[in-house]
Design a protein around this ligand. Structure first.
Ligand SMILES: *[C@@H]1O[C@H](CO)[C@@H](O)[C@H](O)[C@H]1NC(C)=O
Ligand SMILES: *[C@@H]1O[C@H](CO)[C@@H](O)[C@H](O)[C@H]1NC(C)=O
Ligand SMILES: *[C@@H]1O[C@H](CO)[C@@H](O)[C@H](O)[C@H]1NC(C)=O
Ligand SMILES: *[C@@H]1O[C@H](CO)[C@@H](O)[C@H](O)[C@H]1NC(C)=O
Ligand SMILES: *[C@@H]1O[C@H](CO)[C@@H](O)[C@H](O)[C@H]1NC(C)=O
Ligand SMILES: *[C@@H]1O[C@H](CO)[C@@H](O)[C@H](O)[C@H]1NC(C)=O
Ligand SMILES: *[C@@H]1O[C@H](CO)[C@@H](O)[C@H](O)[C@H]1NC(C)=O
Ligand SMILES: *[C@@H]1O[C@H](CO)[C@@H](O)[C@H](O)[C@H]1NC(C)=O
Ligand SMILES: *[C@@H]1O[C@H](CO)[C@@H](O)[C@H](O)[C@H]1NC(C)=O
Ligand SMILES: *[C@@H]1O[C@H](CO)[C@@H](O)[C@H](O)[C@H]1NC(C)=O
Ligand SMILES: *[C@@H]1O[C@H](CO)[C@@H](O)[C@H](O)[C@H]1NC(C)=O
Ligand SMILES: *[C@@H]1O[C@H](CO)[C@@H](O)[C@H](O)[C@H]1NC(C)=O
Ligand SMILES: [Zn+2]
Ligand SMILES: [Zn+2]
Length: 618
C-alpha cells in the first residue's frame, strides 16, 4: 500500500512530461528520478516464452543502470524497469518454474562497474559500484562472471574480491583472472578474484559445471592478472574441472559469442565430452547476439545497460544422445509491461516486498549521491548516432561546437586567443535527453576524465589541417593511417573499447530497411536483432533506430582568421600521441614533441557538459 501511494505520486511528473509539448520548458522542481510506470496503452509482447527443462535468465554489462532508463524519449521507456522490478520478475518466474517443475537459473556475465551515477557518483573516498553492487547481490544469481570493467582500477577489483565475491558463496567466477593481495602471513600472493569454476546441482538435481571466462583483456590495472583464454584451457585445474561429465556445462563469461575465443573453451570441453550440452552466456560487445557452435549447445549475448534481459531454454534428452537439442532464446525489453506479460501478473500483484525494497533502496542511494543535482534544462534530445553529424540534434556537435568552447573559455586567460579544439567522438558514451540535465546524466553521457592540453602558436592554416588528417582525409596519409588504425583498433579492443562493434550493429540494423520499417509506423523504436539462431529473437518486434555514422575525431568550428594567424591547438590528452604524429605530417618545419604541449584548462572532459549546461541551459 505504501508503495502504491508512493508510485501514484511519483508517476505524476512523468505523465506531465510526456504530455508536454517537446521543447516546452520542463518543471525545474521535479527532477527527482521518475518512476516510469508504463501507460495503459503500451503494446506488450505477443509471444509467450518457450520453457524447457533448463531455463536461464541472463543479464550482462549492466554498468550501474540499476534504476532503469527513466527518460521519456523513445525508446527509453522500453528499458524503464529498475532492479526492483527485475527482482519481482525473477521471483515470479521462479514460481512458474516450480509449478512447471523445471529449473530456472539466473546468470550474469560481468561489467557491473562504470556507467551511471549509482555506480560512479560516489563521494570522495568511496569505491566505484561498492554500494550499487549490494543491490545486485540481493538477487538469487546462480553464477556471475567477472568483466573487464571490474579490473581497470585495483580498488574496484579488491572490493569485488573482499566484499562482493563472498556474497555469491563460490559462484562469482573468474576462471582466468587473479588479484594480487597480501595473505594472512603478509606474503604477496596472486589468487583468483572469485572462484575459477563451480560445480553444483540444480533444484531438479541436474549436475552443472560452470566457468567464468574473461576475453583476452589487456587494459587491467597493476596487481590484477588476466590469463589468455588460449593458455587457460591448457591449465591442469581447467582440464581437471571439466573431466567429470555434468548434465550440462554452463560457460558464463565476459566474451562476445562471435569473433572471439569461445570456440577455444568450447572445443576444449568438446574434446572430452562430444555430446554433453553446453550453454554459453557471453557479453562485452553490448549487442544482442546468438550462435550455436553445434546442435547441442547455444551461446547467447544479452546487450547492455539493462536494455535487454536474455532468455535461454533447453529441453534435455537422454544422456549419450547425439541428436540436436531443442533450444530457444529471447531478448526481452526490461519494463513492467514485459515482466507482467511473461509472469501473468497485474500492476497490483506484480511487486514483491523485496522488489519494492530494492527500488526504494536504489532511490535512496541516488539521493545520497545527489544524482539529481541540476546543471540546467536541455532544450531537446542530443544523440550520438540517431542524428546526423554535424546537426543540431547531434551530441557530438553539441560537445565539439558548443560545450567545449564555452566550458574551456571560462576563467581561462587564453580565452581571447583564437583556437581549435579537438577530441575523440568516443568521449561521449550515452545520449543526452531533453529536460533536466543532472549529475547522473553527466556521468552517463560523458564519463571520461581527460585533461585538455594545447600547443600555442600554430598557424591557423596548419591547425585547420589537423582534424581532417586525423580522420584520414588526405589520400596520401590514408593508406599509412589505415594499417595504423587497424592496429589501433585491435589494440583498443584488447583494452576494452567496444563502441565500434556496437555502432556497427546499430548501423547494420538500420540498413536492413530501417527507413521503410519506421515509415510503416506499426512498430515502436528499438533493437532489431538478426543473429544466427533460428526464429525471431526480439521479444517485441521493433523498427530500428535511425543511424548516422560520425568521424573518429571531432572539433570546434575553426576561427575566422587568416591562415598565417597563430592560434592555440587544443586537444584531450587521450589523443596526444596521434595528434603529435599528425601535426608532424601536415607540416615539417618543426618537429613537435610532448615538450611543446601545455595544460590548457583545469576543467576535465567529464565536467564540460555540466559547466556548459550551467552557463547555457539556465
Ligand atoms: C499501473 O499502475 C499505475 C500506477 O499505479 C497506473 O498509472 C497505471 O495506469 C496502471 N496500469 C495498468 C495497466 O493498470
Ligand atoms: C516501448 O516504448 C514505446 C515508446 O515509448 C512504447 O510505445 C511501447 O509500447 C513500449 N513497449 C513496451 C513493451 O513497453
Ligand atoms: C592465479 O592464482 C592461482 C592460485 O594462487 C595461481 O596458482 C596461478 O598461478 C595464478 N595465475 C596467474 C595467471 O597469475
Ligand atoms: C602489488 O601488491 C603488493 C601487495 O599489496 C604490493 O606489495 C606491491 O607493491 C604491488 N605492486 C604494484 C606494482 O603496485
Ligand atoms: C588471445 O590471445 C591468444 C594468444 O595470444 C591469441 O591466439 C588469440 O587470437 C587472442 N584472441 C583474440 C580474440 O584476439
Ligand atoms: C543440428 O544443429 C546444427 C547446428 O545448429 C545444424 O547445423 C544442423 O543442421 C542440425 N541438424 C539437424 C539434423 O537438424
Ligand atoms: C540549428 O540551430 C540553429 C541555432 O539555434 C538554428 O539557427 C538553425 O535553424 C537550426 N537548424 C535546424 C536544421 O534546425
Ligand atoms: C571560475 O571562477 C569562479 C571564481 O573563482 C568560480 O566560482 C567558478 O567555479 C570558476 N568556473 C570554472 C568553470 O572553473
Ligand atoms: C610562433 O611561431 C613562429 C613561426 O611559425 C615563430 O617565428 C615565432 O617566434 C613563434 N612565437 C612564439 C611566441 O613562440
Ligand atoms: C508493419 O507493416 C509492414 C508493411 O505493411 C509489414 O511488412 C510488417 O510485418 C509490419 N510489422 C509489424 C510488427 O506488424
Ligand atoms: C570572416 O571575417 C571576414 C573578415 O573579417 C568577414 O568579412 C566575414 O564575414 C567573416 N565570415 C564569417 C562567417 O563570419
Ligand atoms: C622528433 O622528435 C622525436 C622526440 O624527440 C624523435 O623521436 C623523432 O625522431 C623526431 N623526428 C624527427 C623527424 O626529427
Ligand atoms: Zn560492458
Ligand atoms: Zn566489457
Amino acid at each position: 500500500m505504501f508503495k502504491l501511494a508512493l508510485s501514484l505520486l511519483s508517476i505524476l511528473p512523468f505523465i506531465l512530461s510526456v504530455r508536454g509539448c517537446p521543447g516546452e520548458d520542463h518543471d525545474h522542481t521535479h527532477t527527482e528520478h521518475k518512476r516510469a510506470f508504463p501507460q495503459a496503452a503500451l503494446t506488450p509482447p505477443t509471444r509467450a516464452l518457450e520453457w524447457g527443462d533448463v531455463n536461464i535468465i541472463h543479464t550482462t554489462d549492466s554498468h550501474g543502470w540499476l534504476l532503469g532508463h527513466q527518460k521519456s524519449s523513445f525508446p527509453e521507456p522500453n528499458y524503464s524497469g529498475d532492479l526492483g522490478d527485475f527482482a519481482s520478475f525473477v521471483s515470479h518466474m521462479k514460481e512458474i518454474a516450480l509449478r512447471k517443475d523445471v529449473d530456472l537459473l539466473l546468470v550474469d556475465s560481468g561489467d557491473l562497474h562504470d556507467g551511471t551515477g549509482l555506480s560512479d557518483g560516489f563521494p570522495a573516498g568511496g569505491v566505484d559500484a561498492h554500494e550499487s553492487n549490494k543491490f545486485l547481490a540481493q538477487l538469487p544469481y546462480d553464477v556471475m562472471a567477472i568483466g573487464n570493467h571490474e579490473l581497470y582500477i585495483y580498488a574496484n577489483t579488491l572490493d569485488m574480491y573482499k566484499n562482493f565475491a563472498p556474497k555469491l558463496k563460490g559462484r562469482y567466477l573468474s576462471s582466468n583472472v587473479n588479484i594480487t593481495v597480501l595473505d594472512e602471513h603478509g606474503n604477496v600472493v596472486s589468487v583468483p578474484v572469485g572462484n575459477r569454476f563451480a560445480k553444483f546441482k540444480t533444484r531438479k538435481g541436474k549436475k552443472v559445471t560452470a566457468l567464468g571466462v574473461l576475453y583476452n583483456f589487456t587494459g587491467n590495472d597493476k596487481n590484477t592478472t588476466v590469463q589468455k583464454v588460449a593458455d587457460m584451457v591448457k591449465e591442469k585445474w581447467f582440464l581437471d574441472a571439466i573431466q567429470e561429465e555434468p548434465d550440462f556445462f554452463l560457460l558464463a563469461g565476459h566474451m562476445p559469442v562471435q569473433r572471439d575465443n569461445w570456440p577455444l573453451v568450447f572445443n576444449a570441453v568438446r574434446a572430452v565430452h562430444p555430446q554433453t550440452p553446453i550453454l554459453i552466456l557471453g557479453g562485452h560487445t553490448h549487442i544482442r547476439d546468438c550462435v550455436q557452435l553445434d546442435g547441442r549447445s547455444m551461446a547467447l549475448e544479452s546487450g547492455r545497460y539493462m536494455e535487454t534481459i536474455g532468455w535461454m531454454s533447453m529441453k534435455l534428452d537422454r544422456k549419450g544422445s547425439a541428436k540436436n537439442l531443442t533450444f530457444s532464446r529471447r531478448y526481452l525489453d526490461p519494463n513492467r509491461v514485459t515482466y507482467e506479460f511473461h509472469t501473468k501478473q497485474r500492476n497490483f500483484t506484480f511487486d514483491t516486498l523485496q522488489g519494492n525494497s530494492i527500488s526504494r533502496g536504489l532511490k535512496a542511494l541516488a539521493k545520497s549521491f545527489d544524482l539529481d543535482f541540476l546543471f540546467g534544462t536541455a532544450p531537446r534530445d542530443f544523440t550520438i548516432s540517431r542524428d546526423p553529424f554535424p546537426s543540431n540534434g547531434s551530441l557530438l556537435t553539441l560537445f565539439a561546437s558548443e560545450a567545449m568552447p564555452v566550458a574551456l573559455s571560462i576563467n581561462n586567460t587564453r580565452a581571447n586567443i583564437p583556437n581549435i579544439m579537438i577530441t575523440n567522438s568516443g568521449s561521449q558514451r550515452f545520449d543526452l535527453y531533453g529536460g533536466p540535465f543532472t549529475k547522473n546524466d553527466q556521468l552517463t553521457a560523458s564519463p571520461f576524465a581527460d585533461a585538455f592540453l594545447f600547443i600555442p602558436n600554430i598557424t591557423a592554416g596548419i591547425a585547420n589541417k589537423v582534424l581532417p588528417a586525423l580522420n584520414g582525409a588526405g589520400s596520401n596519409q590514408r593508406r599509412a593511417l589505415m594499417s595504423e588504425l587497424e592496429k589501433r583498433e585491435s589494440e583498443l579492443y584488447g583494452r576494452g573499447y567496444v563502441d565500434k562493434i556496437y555502432m556497427r550493429w546499430l548501423e547494420e540494423m538500420d540498413r536492413r530497411g530501417g527507413v521503410e520499417r519506421r515509415a510503416a509506423q506499426n512498430a515502436t523504436l528499438g533493437y532489431v536483432t538478426q543473429d544466427s539462431c533460428p526464429g525471431i529473437g526480439d521479444d517485441v518486434v521493433h523498427a530500428p533506430l535511425p543511424f548516422f555514422s560520425s568521424p573518429d575525431f571531432i572539433g570546434s568550428t575553426p576561427p575566422n582568421v587568416s591562415d598565417d594567424t597563430p592560434i592555440d591547438l587544443v586537444f584531450v590528452d587521450f589523443i596526444e600521441k596521434q595528434l603529435l604524429q599528425i601535426l608532424n605530417t601536415v607540416q615539417t618545419t618543426k618537429n613537435y614533441t610532448i615538450t611543446d604541449v601545455q595544460t590548457y584548462s583545469p576543467v576535465l572532459s567529464n565536467a564540460v557538459l555540466g559547466v556548459y549546461a550551467q552557463q547555457a541551459w539556465n
